[in-house]
Design a binder for this molecule. Structure first.
Ligand code: AGP
Length: 374
């Protein structure tokens, strides 16, 4: 039943729209609400015997490819914040190419939808040889990564057929947010923050349902962008990963050049590309980077940038620069979960652009769902 397209025309479309349900399944049985005097908490059965070792790690290393890497990047700062442990990021192939340092005191977390990606598996073998504690975060029970890691968490997003990963991405972020909560659960000082995040998780499927109502708006935007050569996506903080992931979606299915740009790097090169023709998405939802993003919007506008600004509901006036710029308003959630909301309009945009441009949505040219060769 899971692999039927149901009422949808394409798997990618179905998988985008089933995110409220896939996220619910990812969290099922893992968030403990707690009674009157009991704190809300997280239970990740696959990690319970290893949490003490993870808490003693000198470093956490996230390893993945493509969308799975982006999901880890989206969760990086909340893991650092709640665990107090430095987190470094590794693209699997690059870790192997460099034979980068991995130590016995490291916890290496391997993120993969399929659990079979050759580069991630090679990086796992390398980390095992170097004595790190290896944790798997996969969507496929019994996959090679699930079998070869010491412990792990299944994301339980359900079968993903479209080559472009969508629902697995949002579920991976949620699993890594739960990982952060579980590692930080013994620290009293961040209890209020943890509870706010757990509340945010509980509301998340409802908020994703709301953001999916932007479908028509994103289709209209796709109609405007149908003939473009290129699209830039600017993000920072929690949403740098959203910029990378949104650009990856547009690139891989709509076959349009697209680049995710760290907004803090704008003046170090990308600003030279800005003119009145190139469309630029700027993610400016509410978090500690909001005022910096407002300033980025002003600077892009001053260079006549063709802006599409994503902001939180009610913030339109704070980000509007007039002219031909457009604003997409999304529901607001707790900062570290906002990437789960913000990626959805970009998934929808990539989907509609692909259909309108007449390309194969579920099987983009030259790509495979699972990259099992190097
Ligand atoms: C995602 O849309 C891509 N198709 C691709 O980047 C993918 O995420 C990457 O190949 C990693 O796959 P995995 O999650 O199965 O390891």
């Amino acid at each position: 039943e899971q692999i039927n397209k149901g009422k949808y025309e394409h798997y990618m479309q179905k998988e985008i729209h089933e995110q409220p349900e896939s996220l619910t399944t990812t969290m099922r049985g893992r968030l403990i609400r707690g009674g009157s005097c009991k704190a809300k908490t997280v239970l990740l059965g696959g990690l319970k015997d290893h949490l003490k070792t993870i808490r003693r790690s000198r470093r956490i290393v996230f390893v993945g490819c493509g969308t799975s890497y982006n999901a880890a990047l989206a969760a990086r700062s909340i893991v650092e914040e709640l665990s107090g442990i430095p987190v470094t990021m590794e693209i699997a192939s690059d870790l192997v190419d460099r034979q980068g340092p991995i130590y016995r005191e490291d916890t290496a977390v391997f993120v993969s939808q399929s659990g079979e990606t050759a580069d991630t598996l090679l990086a796992l073998e390398y980390a095992l040889e170097n004595g790190a504690l290896c944790v798997g975060i996969t969507n496929t029970v019994g996959s090679a990564i699930a079998r070869h890691t010491h412990c792990g968490v299944h994301i339980n997003a359900g079968c993903e057929i479209g080559v472009a990963s969508t629902k697995a991405y949002t579920s991976q972020i949620v699993v890594m947010a739960m990982l952060a909560l579980a590692i930080g659960a013994d620290t009293l000082s961040n209890q209020a923050r943890r509870e706010a995040i757990i509340d945010g998780l509980l509301y998340l499927p409802r908020k994703v349902k709301e953001v999916l109502k932007l479908d028509k708006e994103m289709k209209d935007l796709a109609k405007l962008l149908i003939a473009e050569q290129s699209l830039l996506v600017f993000g920072r903080g929690y949403n740098y990963a959203t910029a990378l992931e949104g650009a990856l979606k547009v690139k891989e299915v709509a076959l349009m050049h697209s680049e995710g740009i760290l907004a803090g790097e704008m003046k170090h090169g990308p600003l030279a590309l800005v003119d009145e023709n190139l469309p630029i998405v700027v993610i400016a939802t509410r978090d500690s980077c909001f005022s910096k993003q407002q300033s980025v919007i002003q600077q892009l506008h001053a260079r006549k940038g063709r802006l599409i600004v994503m902001c939180a509901e009610g913030d339109k006036a704070s980000v509007s620069v007039g002219g031909s710029s457009r604003v997409i308003e999304v529901p607001h959630v707790v900062d570290c979960l906002q990437p789960v909301i913000n990626v959805v309009p970009l998934q929808l945009l990539a989907y509609h652009l692909t259909v309108l441009r007449g390309y194969n949505v579920d099987q983009p040219r030259n790509l495979a769902k699972s990259v099992t060769t190097q």
